[in-house]
Design a protein around this ligand. Structure first.
Ligand code: ADP
Ligand code: MG
Length: 347
């Protein structure tokens, strides 16, 4: 009898595993406009689309309570889901929040966490409408589901990019990753010497981006006001490289972006230098930026150029051209996905 080959999850990687597990499901409901594979699922409600997205955050994998204030954690858990709703060009309406709680938490600690949840709900005008609560033996677990709505003609899929469209990104990239590096460094120094007092002065921007990110609803409003409907859109959660590749794959296109157009904040550059790291590497592969990456028709060049804080990185190309990063000296490097991969290696 031939031995049955047992595969490890690492062989497939996170996205390979999701494909493998879900590809055998045939959609059975006419109302399911889009299932697995985008920032959110899209459900047809006749006159509009509803979008649904969910994220699971585990202590020790996604957050470290040594340096993460619970209030920030509650805020971030909601915001990262809203970011996925915005990435469909939709407006978030409701969230549910589910918790697995280990014995070490007091009521006061959970109140802190929920203070963050409440702040995010207020800031983004969404309602907390349910959830679930359970004991956990392996640390804190938070799962948030967000629901939103979008006009049918305005929905932005990852698959909506076309050749020649401009590739744009909001804000700047790599800051959250450098914030994480600072917090990890201070944690290690503290572990070696309990007398050591972390000094986090001068790192405000990168720390805030990591601990308390915001979702870019302001960018959607600016696009709307300019009369721009994005072709494809995704939020940058895994790193520019990985997330742009998602758009290319879903849209069956190639892309060409220029390294000197990738926005990196001055503070991010400085912190990267402290770690002897190329700032561009943080921007390409860092992740957790929650900026919006989108394409717009070439004819919208003037309009999109006029929106403050939106950067044009390059353009979509034919699929056979591949996904390319053009460097200052004119070389083209193939983009690779090295972003966050829950089952692979981070760096
Ligand atoms: P994002 O980074 O935008 O949150 P993910 O990379 O987590 O998206 O997920 C990619 C796609 O795979 C999404 O459509 C998500 O709903 C789907 N997905 C992830 N895990 C599972 C799973 N275990 N079963 C079914 N679908 C999943
Ligand atoms: Mg996303």
């Amino acid at each position: 009898m031939a031995a049955r080959k047992i595969r490890t999850i690492e062989e497939l990687g996170e996205f390979g595993l999701i494909d493998h597990l879900t590809s055998g499901f045939k959609l059975q409901q006419n109302s399911t406009r889009l299932g697995v594979g985008d920032d959110a699922a899209v459900i047809d409600h006749g006159t509009f689309y509803q979008v649904v997205t969910t994220d699971l955050l585990l202590e020790g994998i996604h957050f470290d309570l040594v340096y993460t204030p619970l209030k920030h954690l509650g805020y971030k858990a909601v915001v990262v889901n809203l970011s996925d709703v915005y990435a469909m060009n939709a407006a978030p309406r409701q969230v549910t929040v589910s918790l697995g709680i280990s014995g070490k938490f007091s009521v006061e600690a959970l109140e802190e966490l929920y203070e963050g949840v409440r702040l995010a709900c207020e800031r983004y005008r969404v309602d907390l409408v349910g959830g679930d609560t359970s004991a956990s033996v392996t640390g804190l677990v938070i799962s948030v589901t967000a629901i939103g709505t979008v006009r049918k003609e305005e929905v932005a899929f990852r698959s909506g990019a076309k050749r020649h469209q401009l590739i744009c990104v909001s804000g700047d990239l790599g800051a959250a990753y450098m914030g994480l590096k600072i917090l990890e460094r201070e944690k290690q120094l503290h572990a070696r010497d309990p007398e050591f007092q972390p000094d986090l002065k001068g790192y405000d921007l990168v720390l805030e981006r990591f601990l308390k990110p915001e979702a870019r609803v302001d960018v959607l409003l600016a696009l709307k006001e300019s009369g721009i409907v994005p072709g494809a859109m995704i939020d940058v959660s895994d790193g520019l490289s990985s997330d742009l590749l998602h758009i290319c794959k879903a849209s069956r296109c190639g892309c060409q972006i220029y390294d000197d157009r990738i926005p990196v904040a001055e503070e991010t550059r400085k912190v990267a230098e402290e770690f002897n790291m190329e700032p561009l590497v943080a921007a390409l592969h860092g992740g957790e930026d929650y900026e919006l990456l989108f394409t717009v028709p070439l004819s919208d060049f003037d309009k999109v150029s006029a929106i403050p804080g939106v950067h044009i990185l390059g353009n979509m190309t034919e699929e056979k051209e591949g996904a390319r990063l053009v460097t200052g000296d004119g070389r083209a490097i193939l983009l690779q996905a090295q972003g966050w991969n829950a089952f692979g290696k981070r760096e």
